[in-house]
Every structure is written in C-alpha cells, then in structure tokens.
Design a protein around this ligand. Structure first.
Ligand code: NAD
Length: 485
C-alpha cells in the first residue's frame, strides 16, 4: 500500500499543531499548542469568569437565551464551519453539514432543558421544608476526539454551560480547528469572557495536565478506552467525577425473519458511514446461519458499490480516513485479520487512482472466517472494516455478541417483536436499535456499558451530569431545637 506519513511530519513541533487535510495531504490550518506551564493561567481565568461573571447565578431562562444565541451564531456560519470540519478531518461535506446542524440542535435543546429542568421538593419528615438544587461544579474540562469535532464539542459544552459551569475544551490534536471557532462564536454571542476557553495540544501532554489540574472539578471525556482508563485513574485519585464516553465493537444482528433489504442496507450504512470512524459503528455482523451466505454476499455487493471519493465530490459515500497514521493503523488491523486466517471479501487496501494517491483513503473492507476471539473481532479498528460471523440460536448469538470488553451499541433485525425484546434486553449495550441503526439524538441518553464508558450524555440527564445536587432544608420550627436524647 502507498503509505504517506503526512500528519506525523506536520505534527512534529512542540508549540504548533498542524491540521492536515486527509483528502490531499495539504495543510488545513495551524493552531498554537498550549504548554502545561500556561495551563495555570487558563484555569485561573476560568475560575475568575465563573466567580465574577454572574453566570452560575444567572436565572436559567436568561442563560438559555445566551445558548440560543450561540446556536444562532453556529447557524449563521454553518457552511464555513462544515467546510472547515471537512478539511480538518476529511468527512464528507454533507455529513459535516449534518454535524453542524447537530451542534446547533444541541445548543437549542440545552437552552430548553436549562429553562425547564425541575428539581425536587422532597417529602417532609420534620419541621422543615426540604428541596434540591443543581449547583455547577465550577470549572469543567471537556476533552474530545477527532472523529466528530463540532458535534462532540457541543455535546459537552452546551450542557456544561447550561448547568452554570466554566468550560475548558481540549479538542484532539488531529482535528484542532473547530473548537476555537465554537469559542469565538460563543464569545460573539455574549458569553462572558473566560467561560469557554480552548487548550490545544497532544493528549499525553496538555490533556493529562488538564485532567490532573487541581482547579478542574469535573472531567468529561470522549475518546479511546485506554485513554479513558488513564483519565479515570487520575479522577479516582483526585476524587473528581469523570464522565467517560469510550470505544465500541458493536454487534449488528440479522435474523432470518428480518426484512433483508432493509437489514443489508443498514448493515452497510452502519459500518461504512463516516468511513467506519464512529464509536457506534456496527463493526461485527452476526448473521443467522441459515441465511449467512446469502446475506453476506449481498452485503459484499452493496459494499463494493459504495462511492469512495474526496469528501466534497458529488455523491461521495466514503471519504478519506481522518489522518494518515490512522489509515495505517486500520491497514495493520486488516493485515492482522489476514494472519489470523480471515478471508478478505472486499477492500483490504487503499483505492487505486490519481485522486486517491495524496489522501488517506481506505477501501470498505469485509472479512469473514475469523473466530470470535480473533483480535479483529475483539478490538476497535475505528475504520471501514466489517467482520462477519454466523450464529446458530439466540443463546449462541448472545454469548458471542456480549463476548467483548465493549458495550456501546447494537442493532437487531427481525420481524419477531418478542425476540427483539428478549435479545435487546440480553445484550450488554447502552443503545439498542431494533430494525434501525445509528440513531443518536440530543434528546436521548447516550453512553456505554462495560469498557465503553461511564455516565450518560445527552437528554435531560446530560445537563445533570454537569451539576451536583445540593439538598437544602428551611426550618419551620416554632420551638428551639433541642439536643437529641
Ligand atoms: P484518544 O483517546 O486517543 O483521544 C481522545 C482525546 O483525548 C484527544 O483530545 C486526545 O488528545 C486526548 N488524550 C489522549 N491522551 C490523553 C491523556 N492521557 N489525558 C488526557 N487526554 C488525553 O481517542 P481518539 O483516537 O481521538 O478517538 C477515537 C476513539 O474515540 C475511539 O476509541 C472511539 O470509539 C472513541 N469515541 C467514542 C465516542 C463515544 O461517545 N463513546 C464518540 C467518538 C469517539
């Protein structure tokens, strides 16, 4: 395979982070890295903003108004943000527009939640009135990966601000360009200075310094499971809460009684959308043994027909991977499957042709004849790689499908309602899609079982994630309190 090392070369200096456009290897933009030494000042600014801006005590409907203005600002710049996102990480333009829409929707949704969320008046058990309040943590660190920058940034920043916090956002060093735009738009919308700051740089340097900083009171992380574990260890030591949205190896299941046209289309869309760079990608395909050959053949035909093209090409379905080093990692994964005895049914290489030579492209790849214990069936490739496995009965399926460390999502295709219910309940996954796949909206909780994470983002609880409950008692006694006897 023609291997380019563009991003490694371009990311080589300590104080500048260069975003490489994976469609053609050109420079998409540069940002200054934040040094760990500068972090104290960033955290101090965040606390000053938190304490002096009046944000945490601003009435919720007024905070909501500001969040709506951020959404307006994003909407006004939708096209330029989508173009920037495309250059930053290579996703097809249509998908980038969808991500900006998602970020806009997230700010509007949390404006609504902020204004309407209710706390409890708790049952009285004495001469007092007791109720709960949601208090912000103060300064929250939000750390995001490279696959969906503006969308992931909004999923953390909007509810954290809505809950009254100051936020320090650290995007991935592989997609650093969108976070500063979000901060700029928020400032222009009227968010007090210092309430949303961006730090840039490599995870093991500025990311770990941020997590360890004594001024950070809560951590919200999306990224790989190994990184999540490392952050969880530090958070545990510091006793600060950490919400961890991690990796997946999601099973996508087709029973013989399913609508196979819909199932095959969803299987292909569920893994090859975003070139497989989605935490919920349906990367393990389980097909009932009686229809295995037929369904697999149809999946392969459909996969081969996908249009692999530059991200701004008309009709593109699979763009480049987000970086050259990631493309190389995905290829090593496929090579490993080959060594493990896997049969590569399509893909397994970079596409040939002038338009692909300078970019980080990889063909959609389908592999079978691997045992469930093979590395390719256990570990996340985070690329356009699908492994297919047959199953006998429900028991066999559930054992195989639950047989990884992950538990992020799963899909079930069957016309048997009761079976969908049984299997959906038995699968260890935070999201279960029945006769659909990869639906994820800002109003529905999202998160993982097992090594796919801790905590739930999105939905009303997505705001509570960034708040701590305070219980308050107002005394109503007519007599002085007495020492308990
Ligand atoms: P990553 O874990 O390498 O990096 C994620 C972020 O963490 C980046 O900003 C990185 O700079 C930072 N980081 C790295 N090491 C750190 C450390 N020691 N301390 C603090 N921060 C550190 O992940 P990635 O390669 O950017 O993203 C791909 C992973 O993200 C995949 O595993 C994917 O499944 C996962 N992901 C999960 C979700 C979800 O919601 N569950 C969504 C998208 C991506």
């Amino acid at each position: 395979m023609n291997v380019r090392l563009g991003s490694e070369v371009a990311n080589a200096t300590d104080d500048v982070i260069v975003s490489i456009n994976p469609a053609d290897g050109s420079v998409a933009g540069t940002v200054e890295a934040t040094s760990p030494a500068e972090l104290d000042a960033v955290v101090e600014r965040a606390w000053t903003a938190f304490r002096s801006s009046g944000w945490p005590t601003l009435l919720p409907h007024r905070r909501a108004l500001l969040l709506q203005k951020v959404a307006d600002g994003l909407a006004a710049q939708k096209e330029s943000l989508a173009q920037l996102q495309m250059a930053d990480n290579g996703k097809p333009l249509g998908e980038c527009r969808g991500m900006v829409d998602s970020a806009i929707g997230t700010f509007r949704y949390y404006a609504g939640v902020c204004e309407t969320i209710e706390t409890d008046v708790t049952p009285r058990r004495g001469d007092y009135l007791s109720f709960t309040l949601l208090e912000p943590f103060g300064v929250v660190a939000a750390i995001t990966p490279w696959n969906s920058p503006i969308m992931n940034d909004a999923t953390k920043v909007a509810p954290a601000l809505a809950a009254g916090n100051a936020v320090i956002l650290k995007p991935s060093e592989d997609s650093p360009l969108l976070a500063p735009e979000l901060a700029r738009i928020a400032l222009a919308a009227g968010l007090p200075e210092g309430l949303l700051q961006v730090v840039q740089g490599r995870g093991p340097e500025i990311g770990s310094a941020l997590v360890a900083h004594p001024g950070v009171r809560m951590i919200s992380f999306t990224g790989g499971t190994a990184t999540g574990r490392a952050i969880g260890r530090v958070a545990g030591e510091r006793l600060v809460p950490a919400a961890l949205e991690l990796g997946g190896k999601s099973p996508h299941i087709v029973f013989a009684d399913a609508d196979l046209d819909h199932a095959v289309a969803a299987v292909v869309a569920g893994i090859f959308g975003s070139a497989g760079q989605s935490c919920v990608a349906g990367s393990r395909l389980f097909i009932e043994a009686s229809i295995y050959d037929d369904v697999l053949a149809r999946v392969v035909v459909r996969t081969k027909s996908l249009r692999v093209a530059p991200p701004d090409a008309p009709g593109v379905e699979v763009g480049p991977l987000a970086s050259f080093h990631h493309r190389d990692r995905v290829h090593r994964f496929v090579e490993r499957a080959r060594e493990e005895g896997g049969r590569i049914l399509c893909g397994g290489a970079a596409p040939a042709g002038d338009e692909f030579d300078a970019g980080a492209y990889y063909l959609p790849t389908v592999i079978d004849r691997l045992g469930p214990e093979a590395l390719t069936c256990q570990e996340e490739a985070f690329g356009p790689v699908l492994v297919a496995l047959p199953f006998g009965d429900e028991q066999d399926l559930i054992a195989q499908a639950n047989g990884t460390a992950f538990g992020l999502a799963c899909g079930i295709w069957s016309d048997n309602f009761k079976r969908c219910w049984r299997v959906g309940r038995a699968l260890e996954a935070g999201s279960v899609w029945v006769n659909t796949y990869k639906q994820s909206v800002t109003s529905t909780p999202f998160g993982g079982f097992k090594s796919s994470g801790l905590g739930r983002e999105k939905g009303i609880d997505g705001l509570r994630l960034y708040a701590q409950v305070k219980s308050m008692y107002f005394g109503l006694h007519e007599q002085p309190l007495e020492v308990a006897r």
